[in-house]
Ligand binder design. Structure first.
Ligand code: NAD
Length: 460
């Protein structure tokens, strides 16, 4: 069996990958498990040195990776280049593992007794990743897990598996020891076989909320360590003094990647009298966006990932129109021949409607109007998601009130996409995450290691 990948802009066949059977999963996990004792015994400085080589090789392959991402996912080449950059930064972060893995020590915790803690790897770690960042999200996991001394099995999204093959090929070119990095392809059955496998110690997942919840529950039931990052509904709050500076940032946030980012701003909350200027500015700005294949440098917005995704997003637009929502941009008339949708904006959206509460994951922005900042924060905090939220204002007081009261993991002040870089943790709260530790940064070091404590007394 194999998975065939199509360019969502043209329908062209880009290639295929083999689907793993349960026997393949067993074999690959056995390979990763066999590589673990040798790899975990390699001094951390040498493991870090391999990550320096990997970062360098990925840098040389930057454009090849960006083109692969753009073609199989549909996002613009500029977005794809930025995604690969973010991924390489995670490898660079992992190069600091000798320092990151350090523990603590304290002499004389009692008379003649010393105590030291150190971090040890876990074993075979698994990564299950979504379609929307085919390079970056695997690279949130692979380098940190490996530099910490684990071996790794990646199961990329069946919609965008080709970039993962390039990541694996570059690892081979860097002479990664055999068995430390493995890729298997497939859908639910392959994920479940990996999560259930007795030789797998930990599972990192990024994807939608229902799947994140299921993955976390399954892994916990099997007594595995698990971090499962889920979906999002991100609110961008625009104060009357922040409208002008918000327009370009909101357009980039809502329509970048055709709205298929977990950090996409999908509800703009206009406070006080900001609404009319905000709506007019956004409508004028999206009229300038050129749709086309992502690999075309002139394209501002590519297609969504597939015809099925296009139909799903179009369903939200249809239902909102049928319910009487006020469509002020897009909604129809996208180029044919690919999975294109026009940037779509609804104004005066009912804050409890489907449009304002559900993750649509497409180029659809809802504008909701409220009277005060407190109303805006209350509306955002009522969401079951809690990934990211931003405020646009010139007021330090408003920004501070917002940053203290908003219940999300990633908070932006005059930033459309509040993305922390590799040395900070990435993740949300509420139903945007299942598990305690976030992606990359020190959280990932904690996730991929276990603490050991040595308490010693020596006779004098
Ligand atoms: P998805 O949940 O459909 O799939 C993600 C991965 O899980 C894929 O590899 C898929 O094959 C696998 N999978 C599907 N069903 C499964 C099951 N029942 N058990 C185990 N594995 C299963 O997500 P997607 O459509 O590929 O990605 C988009 C979603 O990812 C959005 O909801 C988006 O918000 C989210 N996302 C979140 C973050 C974050 O940092 N929180 C980042 C990127 C994407």
């Amino acid at each position: 069996m194999k998975l065939t990948v199509h360019d969502p802009a043209t329908g062209e066949c880009l290639g295929d990958v083999p689907t793993a059977t349960p026997t393949d999963v067993d074999r690959v996990v056995a390979v990763a498990a066999a590589a673990y004792p040798g790899w975990s015994a390699v001094p951390v400085v040498e493991r870090a040195r391999l990550m320096f080589r990997y970062a360098d090789a990925l840098e040389r392959a930057h454009e090849e990776l960006a083109i692969s991402v753009s073609r199989e996912n549909g996002k613009t080449i500029a977005d794809a280049r930025a995604e690969v950059r973010r991924g390489i930064e995670a490898v660079e972060f992992a190069c600091g593992m000798p320092t990151l893995m350090m523990g603590d020590a304290l002499a004389d915790i009692a008379r003649g007794v010393d105590c030291a803690s150190f971090r040890a790897p876990l074993g075979v770690c698994v990564g299950i990743t979504p379609f929307n960042f085919p390079a970056m999200i695997p690279l949130w996991m692979i380098p940190i897990a490996l530099a910490a001394g684990n071996t790794f099995v990646l199961k990329p999204s069946p919609q965008t598996p080709l970039t993962a093959e390039i990541l694996a090929r570059i690892a081979r070119e860097c002479r990664f020891p055999a068995g430390i990095l493995n890729v298997v392809h497939g859908g639910i059955e392959v994920s479940e076989a990996l999560i259930d496998h007795p030789q797998v110690a930990a599972v990192s997942f990024v994807g939608s909320t229902p799947v994140a919840r299921a993955v976390q529950q399954r892994a916990v039931a099997a007594h595995k360590r698990v971090q499962a990052l889920g979906g999002a509904k991100n609110f961008l709050i625009v104060m009357p003094d922040g409208v002008d500076a918000s327009i370009d940032a909101i357009v980039a946030s809502a329509f970048g990647g055709a709205g298929q980012r977990c950090l996409a701003g999908s509800v703009a909350i206009a406070v006080g009298d900001a609404g009319d200027r905000l709506a007019a500015g956004l409508v004028a700005a999206v009229a300038q966006l050129r749709l086309g294949p992502g690999v075309d440098e002139a394209t501002d917005m590519g297609p969504v990932v597939s015809a099925a995704a296009r139909a799903r997003v179009a369903g939200y637009v249809e239902r909102a129109r049928a319910a009487g929502a006020s469509l002020i941009a897009g909604g129809d008339d996208a180029p044919t021949g690919g999975a294109f949708l026009r940037p779509t904006i609804f104004d005066r959206v009912d804050p409890v409607s489907e449009l304002a509460t559900e993750e649509i994951f497409g180029p659809v922005l809802a504008i909701v109007r409220v009277a005060t900042l407190e109303d805006a924060i209350a509306l955002a905090n009522a969401s079951r998601y809690g990934n990211a939220s931003s405020i646009f204002t010139r007021s330090g007081g408003a920004a501070r009130t917002f940053a203290r009261a908003i219940d999300v993991g990633m908070i932006g002040v005059n930033i459309g996409v509040a993305a922390p870089m590799a040395f900070f943790p990435f993740g949300g709260v509420k139903e945007s995450i299942f598990g305690d530790l976030r992606a990359h940064g020190r959280d990932a070091v904690a996730f991929y290691t276990q603490q050991r404590v040595v308490i010693s007394r020596w006779p004098s």
